[in-house]
Each structure stands twice: as C-alpha cells, then as structure tokens.
Design a protein around this ligand. Structure first.
Ligand SMILES: Cc1cc2nc3c(=O)[nH]c(=O)nc-3n(C[C@H](O)[C@H](O)[C@H](O)COP(=O)(O)O)c2cc1C
Length: 189
C-alpha cells in the first residue's frame, strides 16, 4: 500500500461524512482485535471527537473500556469478505487479523494497531463511555488521522464508483455509485 499522508485531526468528521463502514481496532494486554462497525457519529470539529456505538457483548467493548484507546480504519470494497467476517466472528474465538487476512500495523498515537489494507485511519483516545441504549456510545478524542492521498485531501475525492463500503443489512453491502453537487437557486419548479 502506498504511503499515507497525515491529515488534520479536525478533518476526522470528513472521513466519516459519507457514512462508510469501519474496522474498529483495539489492544489489551498484547492481544489485538478488529471488529466491523457501522454505527458511527462525528461529534465535533474542535475538539475533534467521534462516537461509535458498541454492544457490551463485544470483545471490542471490553478492550476499549480497559485500554481507553481505539482506531477506526476505513476499508474499501475489495475487503468486503474480510469486513463481513470481522462483523460476524468474535476475537474471543480467534485472531481475526489472521482469519480475515488483515495486517496489523503500528499507529502513530495509540497502542491499538491499524489495519494496513485500509485507506484511512482515525486514532482515538477514549474520553467517555455513555450507556444510552442497548449499545454504549464510546466517545473518542481524535489524536491522529491518516489517509491515502489519491483518495482523500480535505474530503473524499469520489467521482463515480466510490470504493468505500456501506452496509444495507445482514450480508448485503453497497458502494456509492455517484456524487451530486447541490446548487441552491436551481431547484425544480
Ligand atoms: C456491517 C456490520 C456492521 C456492524 N456494526 C456494529 C456496530 O456499529 N456496533 C456494534 O457493537 N457491532 C456492530 N457489528 C457487529 C460486530 O462487528 C460483531 O458482533 C463482531 O463479531 C464483534 O467482534 P468482537 O467480539 O471481536 O469485538 C456490525 C456487524 C456488521 C456485519
């Protein structure tokens, strides 16, 4: 994978703007884990904060609660099967980096690994864990962001056929086919 460029932490929200799926990585006592997540919520630019809803039954919930750090990694469509596997298997039953064929790599600011095959990464320190419903909201302060230059500058550089992966339901996924530019004043009569 080509070199990734550091991106301003406040642009973490732009990474999540089209609502792509992510792989949440965590590490506790030298054991790493990776889990698929779609319930993501940018919370602010300054300070840059991102929320992710995680069910208390997930190993990821335990690891982030204990280590107080995590990373969000943005996969592309070519990682579809790995993403699905990380969303239906638990790290309690084996190392998903191995079973899904993903490569853990060092992060800049957190102990949790990044997923090398992903095109963007958001590293977070845990600032709060809120119990609001059956999932808990993990609020992360963004400590570092990196992204592939050819795909993201201050926004995703998507024309047609975005490579980002979105979840429909169960084992159904989708890509964004096209982007549209809104122009106020040109509304249809
Ligand atoms: C597409 C997709 C999106 C998912 N999004 C979330 C999510 O946002 N929050 C969550 O707690 N679980 C989510 N899951 C379920 C977890 O990824 C799944 O329970 C996983 O096995 C947990 O792994 P762990 O026990 O290793 O942490 C999702 C699963 C899929 C397939």
């Amino acid at each position: 994978m080509a070199e990734k460029r550091a991106v301003e932490p406040r642009l973490a929200a732009r990474i999540l703007e089209p609502g792509p799926l992510v792989l949440v990585t965590s590490l506790y006592r030298a054991q790493h884990n990776v889990m698929t997540a779609g319930w993501l919520l940018p919370l602010g630019f300054d300070p840059p904060r991102i929320g992710v809803a995680i069910h208390p039954g997930r190993l990821t919930h335990e690891f982030i609660s204990r280590s107080e750090a995590f990373a969000l990694n943005v996969p592309t469509i070519d990682l579809l099967n790995a993403v699905h596997r990380c969303g239906i298997e638990s790290g309690r039953d084996g190392d998903k980096f191995l079973t899904a064929g993903l490569t853990p790599t060092d992060a800049a600011e957190v102990e949790a690994p990044l997923v090398e095959e992903c095109v963007a990464h958001i590293e977070c320190g845990l600032v709060e864990r809120l119990s609001l419903a059956d999932h808990d909201l993990f609020v992360g302060e963004v400590l570092a962001v990196s992204a592939l230059d050819e795909l993201f500058s201050d926004r995703w550089l998507i024309d047609a056929d975005s490579p980002l992966l979105h979840h429909i339901a169960a084992d159904q996924y989708a890509g964004l086919g096209k982007t549209y530019t809104a122009r106020l004043g040109e509304e249809e009569e």
